[in-house]
Design a protein around this ligand. Structure first.
Ligand code: CP3
Length: 353
């Protein structure tokens, strides 16, 4: 029989895995690689598993969420699973009216625009996180010696959906709110930090070995606004798991100017999109922070030699870092040929052994 996930041998295997060693800044048997959105529409087995089940319903069905999380690990031999869920799941569990619309993203029944709207936001009861705990412990059982990364949305990105009421391009309304009504903004960001922090904590307590805080839309902020209105709230979300000892990754897109500030929010590793070279990112975060990234997702659809040379260049630039975890600059595009991802994982492993 397989060893249970809390068996000491299994815990050692995870602690010594390439991902966890790299995130701790230790030398690893090879450069680890995983992909944001590795579970999802690029996989035929995912599309099949999701037939007849809505996105949020899938996230809240523990057996299904566990199966979907493990699919890309089985297929691609990536160095980690990323828990199948969504940044708006804790909002939903708190009782906010929100759904995920296919092809669009999270949409709220009522946007959160005023101080009164913020004050009326429901708190997330601890027991509401039980389906998450169950899904994580089932996933960890299935993954064996492969680490699971838990995640949550950062306060700014969560607030961007809440204030806009749905996806937006420039996130004008939340950026207005932080200046026009800084008290309401702070209360909203504090709510988001508590909610995301509790979501992170539930995943780590149930067996996740690392976490990533997604501030996907932070790149729309100036450094001054980030420092004054956002950073301390992201720090609060990351602090929710500080005592649990797991490595913490902090990711955003368009964040070339924010990387050091994102590190200072309390991250062991900073995610770098594809817009700046990885060695430039290393200069910005310094030699004591691990970097993650930064393969351009657009190149997944280019001929293999083009993608291979790009991946080789990313690996070379990553050598200046304390340690490097390979990932894409953003999520796997749904139309990606999954065989390209499998080949890319094998290439990264062979090149760095
Ligand atoms: O493999 C993984 O990365 C695991 C799970 C994951 C999902 N969402 C699954 C998902 C993670 C980590 C997220 C986080 C998330 N959700 C972010 C941060 C990461 C990022 O992409 O920047 C954001 C901004 C969201 C909000 C969200 N949820 C969007 C913009 C969308 C896309 C809508 C669409 O259909 O194009 C979602 C839905 C979503 N989340 C899907 C998946 C697999 C697609 C739903 C489907 O397959 O029907």
């Amino acid at each position: 029989a397989a060893l249970s996930s809390d068996h000491p041998l299994k815990r050692d295997e995870i602690a010594n895995s390439a991902l966890i060693r790299a995130l701790r800044g230790l030398d690893a048997p090879h450069t680890p690689v995983w992909f944001m959105r590795q579970a999802g529409r690029s996989l035929p087995e995912y599309r099949e598993a999701r037939v007849g089940t809505g996105m949020l319903e899938a996230c809240l069905t523990p057996e299904l969420a566990a199966e979907i999380t493990v699919q890309p690990v089985r297929r691609h031999k990536v160095d980690a699973g990323i828990f199948f869920s969504d940044i708006v799941v804790p909002m939903k569990l708190a009782g906010v009216g929100v759904d995920i619309v296919a092809g669009r993203g999270p949409v709220l029944d009522e946007p959160v625009r005023t101080a009164a709207d913020v004050a009326a936001l429901p708190e997330l009861p601890d027991a509401a996180l039980d389906p998450i705990r169950e899904a994580v412990s089932r996933t960890v059982e299935l993954l064996g010696g492969t680490p699971l990364i838990g995640f949550a949305g950062a306060p700014f990105t969560i607030a961007a959906y809440a204030v806009e009421g749905g996806p937006s391009r420039d996130h004008l309304r939340p950026r207005t709110m932080m200046h026009a009504d800084p008290q309401a903004w702070d209360a909203l960001a504090q709510w988001a930090a508590r909610t995301s922090g509790a979501f992170l904590r539930a995943q780590v307590e149930a067996g996740a070995s690392a976490v990533q805080l997604f501030d996907s839309w932070a790149g729309s902020l100036s450094l001054a606004d980030y420092l004054e209105h956002v950073q301390r709230h992201s720090a609060d979300a990351l602090a929710a798991v500080a005592d649990l000892g797991v490595p913490r990754i902090h990711f955003g897109t368009g964040t070339g100017e924010l990387l050091a500030a994102m590190r200072d929010a309390g991250a062991d590793a900073v995610g770098v999109d594809y817009r700046i070279p990885l060695d430039t990112a290393v200069e910005r975060v310094g030699k004591r922070t691990v970097v993650q990234g930064n393969i351009d997702p657009a190149l997944l659809a280019a001929p293999w030699p083009v993608l291979r040379d790009h991946a080789r260049d990313v690996l070379r630039r990553g050598q200046s870092a304390l340690a490097h975890v390979v990932n894409l600059g953003h999520g796997v595009p749904p139309e990606t040929d999954p065989e390209v991802l499998t080949k890319l994982v094998a290439f990264i492993h062979e090149e760095t052994q």
